[in-house]
Design a protein. Sequence first.
Length: 349
Amino acid sequence: MAATYKPVLWNKHKRFYDVVIGLGIGLYLAIFVAVGMATADSANTSIEILAISALGACSFFMLHIVLAIGPLARLSTKFLPLLYNRRHLGVSLFIVAAAHATFATIWYHGFGVLNPLVSLFVSNPRYSAIAAFPFESLGAFALVILFLMAATSHDFWLNNLSPAVWKTLHMLIYPAYGAVVLHVLLGAASGHGGSRLYVWAVAVGFAVITGLHLTAAAVQAGRDRRTRAKTPAADWIDAGLVDTIPERRARIVLTPSGTQIALFRYDGKVSAVSNVCAHQMGPLGEGCIIDGLVTCPWHGWQYDPTTGRSPPPYTERVDTFSIRIETGRIFVNPKPNAKGAPTMPAAVG
Ligand code: HEM
Ligand code: FES
């Protein structure tokens, strides 16, 4: 656990990202409505429908950014700040999507005899049609998932949900994405939105997100293969040149048995700890050293790199591994040391 680092509280970086997110949303909506008003056929488009479209398109765009951050951070450490701050982006995404859903429900279902929320689900029962499918129900399904993710991003839930529940909840972002894709495509088929343009935008977005995930998976598989190839089973693992690890950052290596080890370079030393955070299994090797402690990129739990122990008063522990450095190369013993036992860091020559 972190004694000093509080990623969830407001700090300078979080405020900066929040301002960027807020300005980005404002700019997107303003440009969308301005272009829409300049180009729309005034007989068929009202400012209300334009606002519903702008909020829907903005939230869909933000959903793409949320989905792209994971693979981008795996491809380059430059994107790690986005990874650290993606919780705020997720909550903002939910707020914009909820505004879109609320306005759409009021505009299309608010003027009849039925309660708008009842009307949303019962007014169109043609689930077997394509051109007249009740596409709004798919949007509602996605919105419920986005709500669950936004609501449980608070620290209370982070500390009380088990890793398995947490992981499952976050994997639901993919069904949510699928539902929004169908929501937009079936909406366009029913004559809503900008039809052909939306279909193209969805196709390009899908290609980018799929491409990024496949590339990140291929690059990771290549890294794992190279590590395995250099590794005679149960022997010390050649973890590469020490100079290629940036100061206060880590390299992740994979043992033949599949254990992930994070090698941190800091203050002229290298230490090896498990890559798996004791909190929610976050990737410690994608974090950095802050105040002399390994700091998890997900929620900021911290560990002493030489013992794997969280600083007092916390009691969590992760495995540590013995290492040695020979002619600038790091060798790590894949067998973990006794939990919490001091492990000598290796001096960088
Ligand atoms: C209860 C939930 C939802 C309802 C009732 C709803 C309703 C609608 C309606 C009526 C339209 C067509 C607007 C028009 O007439 O042009 C639409 C389009 C759209 N929605 Fe939703 N939606 C919901 C959730 C979502 C969510 C969660 C997202 C994305 C995260 C989203 C993204 C979009 C997009 C990108 C469009 C296309 C823009 C357009 O057609 O104008 N919607 N939605
Ligand atoms: S701090 Fe939550 S997973 Fe590491």
